[in-house]
Design a protein around this ligand. Structure first.
Ligand code: ADP
Ligand code: MG
Length: 220
């Protein structure tokens, strides 16, 4: 298994109340899968995705990623795993407006010491995979929403991650661009990329090969 999470629990303190968001989530994902996690707003999807991405830690549970015990690692080792093995795609694209497409896609290499020739090769490969080679010197403001999300996907792909985590990747896109982005994920999946995608929309989840539902703190 690429990823194995067991009995993951997470609560937040809201005033005097403890709110249990994740109440014992189990999830296993094999290399090459395209899994979606569906659930209503506030059900804990992003919380779980952040834990899977090593950006947050649960209160209880076990989590192994690529045979590493993520919850026993130092912050430094977890950062290394994020920088080398994980790619993130968010609803808001999160591109830097003063940088062009290639520079945005190169950003993850600030934390990933790949030699510069290899890095440039991987960046160009990523730009080509998302079909934006002709836009590579453009700034984000010169791109459509769908193109911006393609840049964000290329940025996630550039390090050749073991897993892409996508949180509502089509949440800010019109239906045409959403369809294009979901087709791109399907294409990437067909060529071996492992993807976990969070969405509240069953039409979006339908593009994955396996859908799990988050409800009442559990994933089923
Ligand atoms: N840092 C936090 N502190 C307090 N409550 C939080 C925090 N992060 C998320 N929550 C709460 O946890 C619940 C689940 O949030 P989230 O994982 O973002 O849900 P989803 O992504 O499914 O919409 C929400 O009620 C949210 O308000
Ligand atoms: Mg969310």
């Amino acid at each position: 298994m690429l990823l194995e999470a067991k009995k993951i629990r997470k609560s937040y303190l809201l005033g005097d109340n403890t709110i249990s968001i994740l109440r014992g989530v189990d999830l296993t994902v094999a290399e090459g899968e395209f899994v979606s996690i569906m659930g209503t707003s506030g059900s804990g999807k992003s919380t779980l995705l952040y834990i899977l991405g090593g950006l947050d830690t649960p209160d209880q549970g076990e989590y192994f990623f690529n045979e590493r015990n993520m919850l026993a690692l130092s912050d430094q080792d977890r950062s290394w795993i994020r920088a080398h093995w994980l790619g993130f795609v968010f609803q808001t694209f999160d591109l830097l407006s003063e940088l062009d497409v290639v520079e945005n896609i190169s950003l993850p290499f600030l934390y990933n010491k790949t030699d510069s020739e290899q890095r440039d090769r991987q960046v160009m490969e990523a730009v080509e995979k998302v079909g934006l080679a002709h836009r590579r010197a453009h700034r984000p403001t010169e791109l459509s929403g769908g193109e911006m999300q393609r840049v964000a996907i290329a940025r996630a792909l550039a390090i050749n991650p073991k897993l892409i985590l996508a949180d509502e990747p089509t949440g800010n896109l019109d239906s045409r661009s959403s369809f294009d982005i979901l087709n791109l994920f399907s294409e990437l999946h067909k060529t071996g990329t492992t993807i976990i995608m969070v969405t509240h929309d069953k039409n979006v989840a339908a593009f994955s090969e396996r859908t799990l539902n988050m409800a009442d703190g559990y994933l089923k």
